[in-house]
Design a protein around this ligand. Structure first.
Ligand SMILES: Cc1ncc(COP(=O)(O)O)c(C=O)c1O
Length: 376
């Protein structure tokens, strides 16, 4: 299977089906060997046209909002888990109609909504904060010193646990299994005495098990031993790992300008279409391009909005870029189109699937209606 870039209209995210299937095969091995259940975190990957493929393997979805819960129920089926930092009076009854598992971020929220959830037959959990920082960047560290995410050991209320069947922690982001090992040790140290009375423990997301070099054996051992030690069900809820390296964002060069250096303006935008590039920040890989100066022709790749900082980075190419050339930004399927905006009114890139038998399926193109409908 080779993605034929010349056939892709730009800008367009192209999900490569075979790569998604390869990630899912690996996840299936983890489930089989560990006995843990993997669910898809929709916040990271919500291309619902691929849910029929994903539900062959994963046990359901985890949603962060009513809208995601509805998408999970309508398009994925299977188990619907919900966790949000706080629920609203208006939305909670709707969430109850969709969810099988709900995690509360505080004992206040549990006190406020718990009885209604139990009456609806939902399995309830408390999110705890194991207070171990495996993620260096504060923006992505759920266990920072003032994090609002999860109950700290000091705030834990054992006397309020009646009706609670699960504990949930989420402490990782693009981490290895060694990080999970340390996190589990902290989780057990702080909350271990309450684990035996639980039915399930959710180890959250951030397990980048589909990254080359990830220690799958360690992950499998940790999950299996934990399950056996406490006789509980274990969930993992990765988002990024499902869409990891499953396809690019393909863009075109619209113009080349010069101001102290050569600058290519693309028909996409870091700010609107790859927000993590600016937020994290990180430097995406560009196909056939190197570090500045590494190849003869260096360009700054910039987006098509008025934001001065809408810049993807500086990249070197073998040949001078021309208007109309395609630029392939690698690994742009997770945490991209789920976060997109129509800032400046720039169109959202299309969504496509490159199928296992080399067909291009254009799933969706976007236009004025998507821009207008978000405004009034
Ligand atoms: C509670 C929770 N679960 C799961 C995830 C998914 O994490 P990842 O996509 O890094 O696997 C996140 C990400 O922020 C999260 O906050």
């Amino acid at each position: 299977m080779t993605l034929d870039i010349s056939r892709i209209p730009t800008p367009c995210y192209v999900l490569e089906e075979e790569k998604l299937r390869a990630n899912l095969n690996l996840m299936e091995q983890v489930q089989q060997a560990s006995g843990g259940k993997i669910i898809l975190a929709l916040k990271g990957y919500a291309m619902w046209s691929t849910f029929p493929i994903i539900r062959e393997v994963l046990h359901g979805c985890t949603a962060s909002s009513l809208n995601e819960a509805r998408l999970a129920a309508e398009e994925f089926g299977k188990e619907v888990h919900v966790y949000a930092p706080a629920y609203t009076d208006a939305e909670f009854p709707e969430i109850l109609k969709l969810a099988h598992h709900i995690t509360f971020n505080s004992f206040n929220q549990w006190a406020k909504f718990g009885q209604r959830a139990l009456a609806a037959g939902v399995s309830c959990a408390i999110r705890v904060n194991p207070q171990v920082s495996e993620v260096a960047v504060d923006m992505y560290n759920p266990c920072g010193s003032t994090s609002r995410l999860g109950v700290t050991p000091e705030e834990f209320q054992p006397e309020a646990l009646e009706g609670i069947e699960g504990l949930h922690f989420h402490a990782l982001c693009e981490c290895g299994a060694e990080s999970l090992e340390r996190t589990l040790a902290a989780f057990e140290q702080h909350f271990g005495q309450w684990i035996p009375q639980m039915k399930w423990i959710n180890f959250g997301g951030g397990h980048l098990m589909t990254r080359e070099g990830y220690d799958l054996e360690l992950l499998i051992r940790l999950v299996k031993e934990f399950r056996e030690r406490y006789d509980v069900e274990v969930y993992l809820e990765p988002g990024g790992a499902v869409g990891w390296q499953t396809g690019p964002l393909v863009a075109s060069v619209l113009d080349i300008v010069h101001n102290n250096m050569d600058i290519a303006i693309l028909d996409t935008s870091a700010a609107a279409h790859m927000p993590d590039v600016l937020e994290m920040p990180y430097r995406p890989k560009v196909r056939h391009a190197g570090e500045p100066g590494e190849k003869p022709f260096t360009y700054r790749l910039g987006g098509n909005t008025c934001l001065a900082g809408d810049v993807i980075g500086d990249y070197a190419f073998d040949k001078p870029l021309q208007t109309g050339d395609k630029i392939v930004l690698e690994d742009m399927i997770h945490y991209t189109f789920v976060k997109n905006t129509t800032f400046n009114g720039v169109n959202l890139p299309s969504l496509a699937i490159w199928t296992a038998n080399d067909q291009l399926r254009m799933i969706r193109t976007f236009g004025y209606q998507e821009f207008k409908n978000r405004l009034s």
